[in-house]
Write a protein that binds this ligand. Structure first.
Ligand code: CS2
Length: 488
């Protein structure tokens, strides 16, 4: 039987961590111990530990699922990261994760780690919907299930806002300096959004704590990028082939990675620059570029591709007509961005197309299609609104919007039925209860509260375009709509 990967595994030098993980203490508590964290921040931290050392290993916290704990626990936190380029793949074993806990049945261990004097950074990748941001993005939503529960029992938090507020209060009581909070999700000005939500949350339970947090805690913004599909049996087989060990936590990713971080860490940080993280004073332009060009075209191609029978992003890029719409979308998104010194947006777009086409990455369109109401505002509607204000062509954004509406409406005429994985699925169901035609659907979905900027929602030219494209998607097929779009 193949032995299980662990701290005792005898690995070739080219694969093993280039340092002794046990020599380094924990300095980071990371909430959201999923594939993206394992491929991104943990890999950067692994390199930083090898190059510059420091007590910066990571304790990973899962909010609900016990999977990471079950996979990483028996492996002493070790796992194989397989980085794929079109030319080949390279495995390395990451030693940066010191342990994992699951907060589903009680957050005592997570809170103890966050309140420990050694913890200097609390970082997060929990996906957009887990934060409980309100629809104006200025505070928290007290009706969000985790926020509501934590407002009722703030001493036993289950959600991210409750955990951060409680841990900050415990540190304050113990006379410890606060940790730095680093949000690593795909949200515009992610640090500021999280800051607003956490302080609003604290305000509702303890105004004095809220004032302390507003004064003492810092929330640097950052832009994260690394395409990381969900792991499969093939991932685990490849890890075993390259390392000689069975690894239940093996993770696939692309060879590209990017991390642009606002350099504001009063309690210090790992030497992430040694792994090519870029430290800047203003992350916002990088974040807009990535959200609008990469994530925006990802969402567009996910809805159009899934309904055209294209299961993977690389299949979309091999479909001439849809690949052309991906490039068109990137160009339209680029036109909404301010110039960014040192970055050529045409090159960025070509590089994105190459990354999307990576033959070794099996990234499912259905995975990206998840949580549309959480993603569409920053990826599609906000750039569309900017394009509208500049009098630019809105057609690429109308196509992306119609493709999302076709997905959200679940009219099952040209594809098998599927589950609408969206936190607002029941709102959508209610809004569409009496919607029979494309015009009804476009009207109902564009009027969902807090989704589209008002100006865009009232722009009849935009809505007419959306309706016309949606009508074709519904009455004919997605493939027909993609072809017709190419002829525009
Ligand atoms: C994707 C992102 O699932 C999605 O919505 O657009 O996860 C994307 O792969 C990453 O942001 C790439 O950095």
């Amino acid at each position: 039987m193949t032995p299980r990967l662990s701290a005792r595994a005898l690995l070739p030098k080219t694969i093993a961590p280039a340092y002794r993980p046990e020599d380094h203490g924990i300095g980071i508590v990371h909430i959201g111990l999923g594939a993206f964290h394992k491929a991104h921040q943990a890999a950067y931290t692994d390199t930083a530990l090898a190059v510059s050392g420091g007590d910066w290993r990571i304790l990973g916290v899962s909010l609900r699922s016990t999977q990471a704990l079950e996979q990483l626990g028996p492996q002493d936190g070790r796992y194989t990261l397989i980085e794929h380029s079109a030319a080949g793949s390279r495995a390395r074993v990451i030693g940066a994760i010191a342990g994992a806990v699951c907060a589903a049945n009680g957050s005592d261990r997570a809170l103890a780690a966050m309140a420990d004097p050694t913890c200097r950074i609390v970082s997060l990748t929990v996906t957009e919907k887990a934060y409980g941001l309100d629809r104006t993005n200025t505070g928290c939503d007290p009706t969000h299930p985790a926020v509501k529960a934590d407002l009722a029992t703030p001493e036993h938090p289950q959600g991210v806002l409750g955990l951060i507020a409680r841990a900050a209060a415990l540190r304050r009581q113990a006379g410890l300096a606060p940790f730095t909070v680093l949000c690593c999700d795909n949200l515009p000005e992610n640090g500021l959004l999280l800051r607003g939500a956490v302080i609003d949350f604290a305000w509702r339970i303890d105004p004095d704590l809220a004032e302390y947090m507003a004064r003492e805690l810092v929330f640097p913004c950052c832009m994260v990028d690394r395409i990381t599909p969900a792991a499969t049996a093939a991932t685990r087989a490849e890890a075993a082939r390259q390392t000689g060990y069975a690894d239940a936590a093996a993770t696939d990713t692309e060879d590209f990675r990017q991390w642009v971080i606002e350099d504001n860490f009063p309690q210090g940080r790992p030497d992430w620059a040694s792994a090519r993280a870029l430290f800047v004073t203003d992350v916002a332009p990088y974040e807009s570029m990535k959200l609008r060009m990469l994530n925006g075209s990802h969402s567009m191609l996910a809805y159009a591709g899934f309904h055209a029978g294209l299961a993977l992003v690389r299949d979309v890029m091999a479909h001439r007509d849809l690949a052309a719409l991906v490039s068109r979308h990137m160009q339209a998104a680029a036109a909404t961005l301010p110039p960014l010194s040192g970055i050529d947006l045409d090159n960025y777009a070509s590089q994105l197309c190459e990354r999307f086409a990576n033959p070794a990455i099996a990234h499912e369109t259905f995975q990206i299609a998840m949580d549309g109401t959480e993603k569409m505002p920053q990826r599609i509607f906000s750039p569309a609104d900017d394009a509208r204000k500049r009098g630019a062509d809105l057609r690429p954004f109308a196509f992306a919007t119609a493709a999302w509406m076709r997905h959200a409406s679940r009219a099952a005429h040209d594809c098998p039925p599927y589950e609408l994985r969206d936190p607002r699925a029941s709102d959508i169901g209610r809004a569409l209860a009496n919607a029979a035609t494309a015009i009804d659907i476009a009207h109902a979905l564009s009027s969902l509260p807090g989704l589209m900027p008002d100006g865009l929602c009232r722009d009849t030219l935009f809505l007419n375009r959306v309706t016309e494209i949606l009508e074709r998607m519904l009455s004919s097929s997605m493939i027909a709509a993609i072809q017709a779009e190419g002829e525009q």
